[in-house]
Design a protein around this ligand. Sequence first.
Ligand SMILES: C[S@@+](CC[C@H](N)C(=O)[O-])C[C@H]1O[C@@H](n2cnc3c(N)ncnc32)[C@H](O)[C@@H]1O
Length: 297
Amino acid sequence: MSRLTPIQLLDELEAISRSPPTNFLENVELRAKLYIAAKKASAALERPTVVVVRLLLSQPVEDNFAPKTLDQLLATTGVDRDLLKRILRALTAFGAIKEVDQEKFPLRLQYQMLGNASFGHAVVNCIIREKPTAGLGFGTLMSTWGEVHALLQHLYPVAEKMIDEFDRSISTVMFVDVGGGHGSKAVALKTAFSHLPGRIIVPDLAMSIDQAPKAEGREFQVHDFFTDQPVKNAKIYYTRQCLHNWPDDLSIKILQHLAQAMKPEYSRILAHDQMSRNLEPGSRCRSKISTRWPCVA
Ligand SMILES: C[S@@+](CC[C@H](N)C(=O)[O-])C[C@H]1O[C@@H](n2cnc3c(N)ncnc32)[C@H](O)[C@@H]1O
């Protein structure tokens, strides 16, 4: 154990991270040893909940936590063998999987919760419903995180399928962004297509809407997506990053409420989410555990 007190140790570490001493940086061996020690200390100190948040933001990729062989992972991911090997080595160093043993790659215990299909359900329930104060920054987090991922307009022919087909005599509503958080995706859509006709509605729980920054271009609606969707006959019902948070039976309920609000032959549901690799757009819903992102079906 260090002769420094924890406070002194903390001060030292903060000083190093602000400005690593030149003699550390120039001594290649010392630098590597310090780096590895810091990584090990970080892994030893990391709380399981922090592991959860870090991994949640980097997308779950596995559908159960039994050790997989390289060939099984190759079949699931379809990527180049050498590339996959390199990624697995990196994941080993990152601490997500144990030492490679005869080409088997078991997830570490702290990561195995990600193999549970109801994991996202539990996390979101915890954040949004049971610990509302813990969820205060969630909408902001989602808005910020979303910035690095493809938006609907990068994946869907908005001009042909939304603008050209919009019929104001059926409904004045173009776009319902179900569970849309702070509405940042709806605003981005309107910014990309300023001539997008019709109203944009963003239903979400009150807790999320109450914190949303005010901006032109969308109307908020306090609504629980497990209840009837009151906005009928809209052109598009869009759910982004919502369905994967719920087990299949609850996801189906969300979709059923949307289906009941739709105008046949006119409205569409666009589910923009993580999908199982063997689920093709347009096919029936199966597991929602991610092997690729994003996908619009
Ligand atoms: C992962 S976030 C996705 C937010 C947004 N669609 C996006 O992609 O940035 C899930 C959203 O679902 C909302 N949500 C959770 N339970 C809900 C419910 N029962 N009814 C409506 N919205 C809900 C949350 O408040 C949150 O905004």
